[in-house]
Design a protein. Structure first.
Length: 537
């Protein structure tokens, strides 16, 4: 049965025969394991943020760095992924990425405070920053051009499954065990991924490579880190001077200097860390614009929903995770369908439809409230799932349609870094807007509560009577509890209104993706194959 599929080359483990017809699909399955893990930890943590906040007694503006730190390190690592894969080999790089991610997961599970947890998430991010682009480059190199659309579609199933099962698994683990389990669950997946990589993948390595751009790496890190620190800390509780504080101004200045140095190095040396010359390709540059805006709106809004469900509606972690189940399943079903449409017809068709539905889904969440029913919560998520399933595969096909084979690693690294930067910016900006709007809405709602109005007095009287009847409290305690309940309700409403403001911004940002997407140039299959294989037209 396994003839011509497994071969022994010495050692303790067999190797998959690379000449087998099944080899590309076995590589696909292997890469999907790593992709599932990397995306899983972008979603599984969302339902645990409330529990972690309560455990460590910290605020949203600090706890958001569990997400932002992970995505930031991914964004900084992604540009180097092409050079690392070319220098050390694709298989070795993928193995190292899986090992770092698995190690980081173990250390996160052992963390004893939020600072240590954020530091351990950095190690996770280092691994994840290599897993995604190296895995994408491996798949692109393994499959022929005419099958890359459907290959990217099936690869997207791993990401969709993580979106679907990540919050669900995370909620179950938190309710049944503790928040530590949401990180420790990665360890068996990591071991499986390491073993399957050794058995399945063959090594590929570029013979002649350039030296590593250390200056570009340092300046890019300074630019991104300083900018995200400024955006995330502008309205932090500890930053009493707000956007005019010395810390924020220093961060912006360092970010500007880092960006200027990065551009100078990138445009003057022969082999830069990120080859911005790739952006001369019209499709690739426009697809990156779409992916940045997509990452900003999608990732920026994703961490808000579990906070809303758990803090405002009283959902448990598992119940909050269960809400995401249909989203990932729908995305998983639509991803290969969009890949098939991309290969047979025009990739712009599913991409445009997906962006439109994603924007509609995000905009619909603007109308959530303290009294939202289950259909009001689920309908926008289902629309979002349909949209997300139709975006990634065709957009990847359009972006890579004209890339020569020797540029695939660099291109996939840049393609993914743009999305991660957009996501990092989204989380930081949305978190800042949330903190700012909570203050604004709280002031408005509390000001609207007029203590001596007939409506307020009647509400207090009714609440006081109910509290006396059902709790046995005396008159003074019942009155105090009644007043506190009204002001607490005003604070809850202020939080929900702030979350809805973020969803509105995310929806409008997503609709802006339609502009660059409309002007993308789609090629027919023959032209795409010819360009990718560097043949003449």
């Amino acid at each position: 049965m396994f003839k011509n599929r497994l071969v022994w080359n010495g050692g303790f483990l067999p190797r998959v025969n690379p000449d087998s017809n099944y080899y590309p699909w076995l590589v696909m399955a292997n890469v999907m394991i790593g992709t599932f893990m990397a995306v899983l930890d972008s979603t599984i943590v969302n339902v645990g943020l409330t529990t972690i906040m309560n455990t460590f007694g910290t605020s949203i503006d600090k706890i958001e760095w569990i997400m932002t730190g992970y995505m930031l390190v991914m964004a900084v690592t992604l540009p180097a992924s092409g050079w690392i894969a070319d220098h050390f080999g694709y298989k070795r790089s993928y193995l190292a990425a899986l090992f770092l991610f698995t190690l980081g997961s173990f250390l996160c599970g052992m963390a004893w405070n939020e600072t240590v947890l954020i530091a351990c998430r950095v190690i996770q991010g280092l691994g994840a920053g290599l897993i995604m682009p190296v895995g994408m480059a491996i798949i692109t190199r393994t499959f022929p051009p005419e099958k890359r659309g459907i290959a990217m579609g099936f690869w997207g199933i791993a990401a969709a499954a993580s979106v679907s099962f990540g919050p669900l698994i995370g909620g179950y683990l938190i309710d049944s065990f503790s928040w530590h389990a949401i990180f420790l669950v990665n360890i068996p997946f990591g071991i499986l991924g390491l073993a399957s990589t050794v058995i399945i993948q063959r090594e590929y390595k570029i013979e002649k490579i350039s030296s590593f751009d250390i200056g570009g790496a340092i300046s890019l890190t300074v630019f991104l880190t300083s900018l995200l620190l400024a955006l995330a800390c502008g309205n932090s509780a500890w930053n009493t001077d707000g956007w005019h504080s010395d810390f924020i101004i220093t961060c912006f200045v360092l970010s500007a200097i880092g960006f200027a140095v990065f551009l100078y190095i990138d445009l003057t040396i022969e082999n830069p860390l990120i080859d911005l010359r790739l952006l001369k390709d019209f499709n690739f540059s426009m697809a990156n614009v779409v992916f940045f805006i997509f990452g900003f709106g999608m990732f920026g809004s994703t961490f808000l929903l579990p906070l809303y469900l758990q803090n405002s509606l009283g959902y448990t972690a598992f119940q909050a995770g269960l809400v995401f189940l249909p989203v990932g399943l729908i995305q998983a079903m639509m991803s290969p369908v969009s890949g098939i449409i991309s290969d047979r017809f025009n990739p712009k068709i599913p991409a445009l439809a997906g962006i439109t539905m994603l924007g509609i889904g995000l905009y619909m969440q603007k109308f959530l409230s303290l009294d939202s029913s289950n259909p009001q919560i689920m309908t926008p998520l289902i629309v979002r799932g349909l949209g997300m399933g139709m975006i990634i595969a065709p957009l990847g096909t359009l972006a890579m349609s004209r890339m020569p084979p020797q540029k695939l690693a660099q291109a996939s690294g840049l393609f993914n870094v743009i999305r991660q930067i957009g996501g990092s910016f989204g989380v930081a900006v949305m978190g800042t807007i949330l903190s700012n709007q909570v203050v604004v809405h709280s002031a408005n709602y509390i000001q609207a509560v007029k203590r001596y109005s007939p409506v307020f007095q009647n509400s207090i009287l009714s609440l006081r009577t109910l509290i006396e009847q059902f709790s046995g409290k005396n008159l003074g305690d019942s009155l105090a509890i009644a007043q506190l309940s009204i002001f607490q309700n005003a604070a809850n409403q202020a939080f929900v209104s702030s979350v809805c403001d973020d969803f509105l911004i995310a929806g409008l940002a997503t609709f802006f993706c339609l502009i660059p997407l409309l002007i993308l140039r789609s090629k027919n299959k023959v032209e795409m194959k010819c360009v990718t294989e560097s043949c003449t037209e």
